[in-house]
Design a protein around this ligand. Structure first.
Ligand code: SAJ
Length: 421
């Protein structure tokens, strides 16, 4: 059975590009979101997030009539759930948004529908989705009850795209398809093959959930190794970037880059889903999280030490006479996304403790986030170069990489990215 109408629940960084991708293949797409601003923006053919090429796709999809956004689900042949899975309490996954999405779509489900969970989820979440839907719709059968002959099929198909490259990676990345039955997987492959050019590899739902968590945990562990090395090297007076460059000349070594911490809504979150399920076994994964989460605190200590040493070298000055410039507050290079940003965490702390001026250089934003950085000023790079007594490079944006001549002349520099140092 083909898919004439597809509904995407959650029109954020993953849901909106996915919705636009189906619509670009001339399939009717109904996007659902709780955010009225997002709905209105999309229905005007515009986007409320920053992602290259997405604006063109959404504009075309809306003006050609293939994509619309609404607040309440309408009947469709497939439902893709792409809502956030944050954590709560002691880093335990919070499935509230997924449960709300299930409650919202349950009334409009019909025989023959396919439900796909795309949100990054702890192992067992897809089974919970099927269970919640079955409880809401006793008149329909589900795969956990009757397998291949279920009225409604359910699968997990985790998103794996890199922010900033979403439009290309949606088409080119392999997809892991974890159906709750063979039939569920078969139908999910049929759906994704509408726009995915790469392979759709079939497994079960639990393995698909774990595959996604494994990818991000693997990267987190590797970055933790680099971050730990950077602290060791600082103590031993060794340039960590030169060290990594040398070690990476070995044919089987590929060390990642240290930074000021790990941010974003994925790598800093997903490993906790494994730790929460298997706390006694996930020792390395847990430690990597702690190492990466502690890196911003180490950077803040470096700034305080630098300030103390500046003041002892300039006894006529007090802290309020000292200007500190911070370069970059996004969670990674060349994006405007400040979510879970260690650079923002560090600058917020500097803003709170420092009595003098704090200058922020962030080429990807027009204003500082409300309620944060109250004592700081957003300036361009030249102003910071001219006025700062202490400089802290936090994100390796291309603008900073292009300014190595000026940057490498800076005195009292803390370079967490090895761009100017
Ligand atoms: N980082 C370093 N050093 C490095 C690489 C990254 O400190 O060598 C830091 C970045 O500065 C950033 C954080 O790690 O703060 C995460 O950035 P990232 O580029 O590694 O990853 P994300 O969070 O943008 O996207 C990841 C991707 N996962 C993997 O590469 C395994 C992406 O494919 C996933 O789809 C995405 O998470 C997600 O949505 O789960």
């Amino acid at each position: 059975m083909s898919f004439e109408t597809i509904s995407v629940i959650g029109l954020g960084y993953i849901g909106l590009p996915t919705a636009a991708m189906f619509a670009s293949r001339k399939i009717k797409v109904i996007g659902v979101d709780v955010n009225q601003h997002a709905i209105d923006t999309i229905n005007q053919g515009q986007i409320h997030i920053v992602e290259p090429e997405l604006d063109i796709l959404v504009h075309a999809a809306v003006t050609e009539g293939y994509l619309k956004a609404v607040s309440t689900p309408e009947p469709a042949d497939a439902f893709l759930i792409a809502v956030p899975t944050p954590f709560k309490g002691k880093n335990e996954p919070d499935l509230t948004y997924i449960k709300s999405a299930c409650d919202a779509i349950a009334p409009v489900l019909k025989k023959g529908d396919l439900v796909i969970l795309e949100s990054t989820s702890p192992v067992g979440a897809t089974e919970s989705v099927a269970q919640w839907l079955a409880e809401a719709r006793a008149d329909l059968s589900f795969p956990q009850q009757v397998g291949d002959v279920a009225d409604v099929n359910v699968a997990h198909c985790p998103e794996r795209v890199l922010p900033g490259h979403v439009v290309r990676e949606l088409v080119e990345n392999d997809r892991v398809i974890g159906g709750m039955s063979a039939k569920c997987s078969e139908r999910a492959v049929l759906l994704y093959k509408t726009f995915v050019k790469a392979e759709c590899v079939i497994t079960n739902a639990r393995t698909a959930e774990m595959a996604k968590l494994t990818e991000n945990s693997c990267r987190d562990v590797q970055i933790a190794f680099a971050n730990e090395l950077s602290i060791i090297c600082d103590k031993l007076d060794i340039n960590v970037w030169e060290l990594i460059e040398l070690a990476n000349r070995h044919p089987r070594i590929n060390i990642l880059q240290p930074g000021c911490g790990v941010g974003g809504h994925c790598i800093a979150v997903d490993p906790w889903f494994i730790v929460a399920k298997t706390p006694d076994e996930a020792k390395l994964i847990h430690t990597a999280r702690l190492v990466n989460d502690s890196k911003p605190h180490w950077v803040i200590e470096q700034v305080k030490l630098q300030l103390a040493s500046f003041l002892s070298a300039n006894p006529e000055k007090s802290a309020k006479d000292v200007t500190i410039a911070c370069y970059g507050i996004a969670f990674k290079p060349d994006i405007d996304d400040l979510r879970e940003s260690p650079a923002l965490q560090i600058t917020t702390e500097i803003d709170a403790f420092h009595a003098g001026n704090v200058l922020i250089v962030e080429p990807n934003i027009d204003s500082l986030p409300a309620n944060k950085l109250a004592n700081s000023t957003l300036v361009n790079m030249d102003v910071a170069f001219e006025q700062a007594d202490i400089s802290v490079l936090l994100v390796d944006h291309k603008e900073f990489k292009n300014a190595t001549v000026q940057g490498s002349k800076l005195k009292n520099l803390i370079d967490t990215r090895g761009v100017w140092g």
